[in-house]
Ligand binder design. Sequence first.
Ligand SMILES: *Cc1c(COP(=O)(O)O)cnc(C)c1O
Length: 380
Amino acid sequence: MNITDAWRSARSSYPPGYLNAASCNVPSDAVLDAVVAQLRREQELGAYEATPDLSGGRAALAALVDADGPDVAFLESATAAMAALLGGWALPPGSRIGVTHVEYGSTTMLLRRLAPQHDWRLVDLPMDGDSRLDPAALEPLLPGLSLVVHPHIASQRGVVQPAAAVGALCRAAGVPYVLDVCQSLGHVDVTGVGATAYVGTSRKWLAGPRGVGFLIVPGLDEATMDAAVPALGSHRWAGDDPAPEPGAARYETSEAAIAARVGLATAVLELHALGPAAVHAHLAALGPTTRDILDGAGGWRVVEPFAEPSAITTLRPPPGDDPAAAVERARALAAERSLTVAAIPTSRSPADMPTPVLRVSPTPATTESDLKALAAVLAA
Ligand SMILES: *Cc1c(COP(=O)(O)O)cnc(C)c1O
């Protein structure tokens, strides 16, 4: 079976015309069944007695970034995971942190709050006209940096950042590297990067349940990275003092929606069963198909390079109209025809967005007829 049919047939119910995977994807029946089964076990046995063994799911998730199961910490969102990671990191005063103008709002807000408290400086890294990091321009800056943080794919544009090249440069320069994989894990290949830490979320391209995020820290450097974490993470008592758990578990809250973690583990195992490479190839082809079908419809123009190997396409409204109103009108018209797309206001990323855009993010089950129906709505 091809990926489209395999993905669709794993779902007894699926919203027709759903083109919003980048906000939240459609979980499979197996994911729902696993969540419900866990809740039932908790009812039957008592929740603590029904604590699931998530080691297989952790290992499967970690394998997507060349890491091991014990490197994974589950939290309730990527935002919480980023806060646990950066909030606990004992970077010395005067540290310079390389950031990008495509950064997600909650990470920017976090860094702008932490920076004055710790006397860190935020340094904008060089990007080209497509808002893509330029490794050659980054390399000479690395000796002056203590950390590099950026999203592999931003939420407001379908450009895939050169994470493997940035990772290699950071390792060579001894600079820790945090990669936000919220929009990339389950979507594009994230192996071969060698980052210090990865931050991600369940509900987007991994098609897990809402309410789970994660942090993957291969070979945690306990001396520098956990300074403030015991206040948040799991602990055990060492004499009179509560001490963090060894490894990435220290970031994890012990109380959580455990059933949602079971659902994410199930979704990741399903991705492995389909074959991550096959899913990535399918989505990498779906992006260019989407751009070919939609570009020019009713004067809407594709923002990304057409060949970009991601499934996220953003569209700028035709000139003339108030762009925010045009984007919202198009979203609402599409919704009337059961086509779900996202209106992304410039407030999502003011430094990266000259205009609001319509974001089209197909799932692996999306067909060309869904995309042609959207083109017809834009052209009307
Ligand atoms: C969605 C998203 C986040 C935040 O994830 P949450 O799980 O909602 O906290 C961070 N970065 C990027 C690039 C995202 O797309």
